[in-house]
Design a binder for this molecule. Sequence first.
Ligand SMILES: Nc1ncnc2c1ncn2[C@@H]1O[C@H](COP(=O)(O)OP(=O)(O)OP(=O)(O)O)[C@@H](O)[C@H]1O
Length: 535
Amino acid sequence: MAGISTLTLLSSIATLAVPWLAANALGAIVSSPGEAPDLSQTLIILVIVLALLTGLNIAAAIQSEHASTRILTDLRKRIYEHVQIMPLSFHDEQRSGDVLALTSYEVGNLSDFLASTLANAPAILLTTLGAIAILYWIDPVMALIVPLLVPAFAIMIRLTGRQLRGLSGKVRAAEVELVAIAERDLEILPAIKAFATEDHHTSHFAKAAENARVYALKQAQLKAFIGPVMAFIAALAAIGVLMIGSGALTGEASSPSEVFAFLLYAALLTRPAGALATMYSSYQMARGTLARLETVLAFDPEPGHNDGLGITRAKGAISFENLSFSYPNRAPVLSNLNLKIEPGETIAVTGENGVGKSTLVRLLLRFYEAGSGRITLDGTDISEFQIREFRRQFGYVPQRALLFNGSIADNIVFGQPSEDQQQQIKTAARMAQVDRFLADLPDGLNTQIGDHGVKLSGGQRQRIALARALFANPPIMILDEATSMYDLESEAAFVEECVEVLKDRTVILITHRPASLKLADRVIKLGTEGVRELS
Ligand SMILES: Nc1ncnc2c1ncn2[C@@H]1O[C@H](COP(=O)(O)OP(=O)(O)OP(=O)(O)O)[C@@H](O)[C@H]1O
């Protein structure tokens, strides 16, 4: 940005020199030889200055693009990194479309504002002050025109400024809304089709698009108003200059080159005023984005992200002690829960829908912080561990398999580093019964599965999610209804395989399925009254 400012400042100095040289050239044309500087010499200097100006403007534009793309990329990386390390409680309150809009459309506006508008501000200021100073230097009487321009500009800014401020906020909000609606609808498209509500959703999106168009148009209209009005003010000023310069008011005529130079400098003054109005609206847009950025970046990352105890491989002793928890603004889910799980034990957790089974494992994974009480792993309070090392102790299979658009192998590996990757993928695929359906797929493990795994059946998705959890060979497994969509035969095969696979691990199974319950050393039922041992 300093580079851009320097280049534009130099360009502004060159800009200020042009009217002076042009007026000199005119002076040389209209005066008799010897009275004014040599025409050809002035024209040569003018050409050099214009060439310099062109070069500076090109360099400034390129530098501006460099800065803006770099700011954009840095901001995107920072936001994305931050979004990843924020607690789930933050994301529960956010629309993912808002975060998407922030990383795409909004930061684009902000980086443009910083690299183009803001970095140009010193040059605009210099052009303005320089032009005013030169005007006074050429002719203090004619320069009386300058104070007359100020109220005209002030009225202009006042008329447009407030409206521009309101409008830029609305344009930004409307664009963000569009992204959010599109993201949401694409996510639930099969439901939209099944319930034949395409018209409803399309009209909702169309309304938002129309909204964005109306605000963008109003903003453009206001901006369009600024340029011609500035030109009109400039024309009035020029007439004033001609009147003063011709001696009609003062009785004393100025030289043609002076009047000419004066006109050009007065015209220069209208440029910054136009730029100021544009700057104002971009600033308002940028302010909105900055406020949103602040709410995201100022939000603390998950506790234990930057510090905490390291852990290599846990033994797997887990203890929930007087644990109570409620989601924000909701009734308590867990109250004074006590549960001890031995290392290597397989415990099945059952209980009615909504009683808090998944919440229990979300608390164990530190997705949310317990209201009171504590959870320990191998005797240490889990809040003391470095959070990522801690979570790597778990193989977690959530209720809904969270797959991404990529190959089966990529979904199993899921960015977890490994030395013997190919072998591990095959082992995990075999254990989770993924290899049972691989033969039917065109590219085996390399088959692309579509968004969220849409090209697979529900049971197939679950098996890939299970293979992912087994891939890194963690000491503790959490299976949250992980086999709910398995057919009986595959589940039986899985259970048989699991007896061996899960033998040396601590396993928390949330399940109602009899076959899976057989795997458990102990079955407990979670109820509103607490934990009850069933077997
Ligand atoms: N992110 C959340 N914010 C607020 N409330 C939540 C959230 N997640 C779950 N709940 C509420 O917490 C309660 C327990 O939910 P949980 O998912 O733990 O139940 P569950 O026992 O696993 O149920 P199921 O058998 O249906 O999977 C429910 O009443 C649910 O509405």
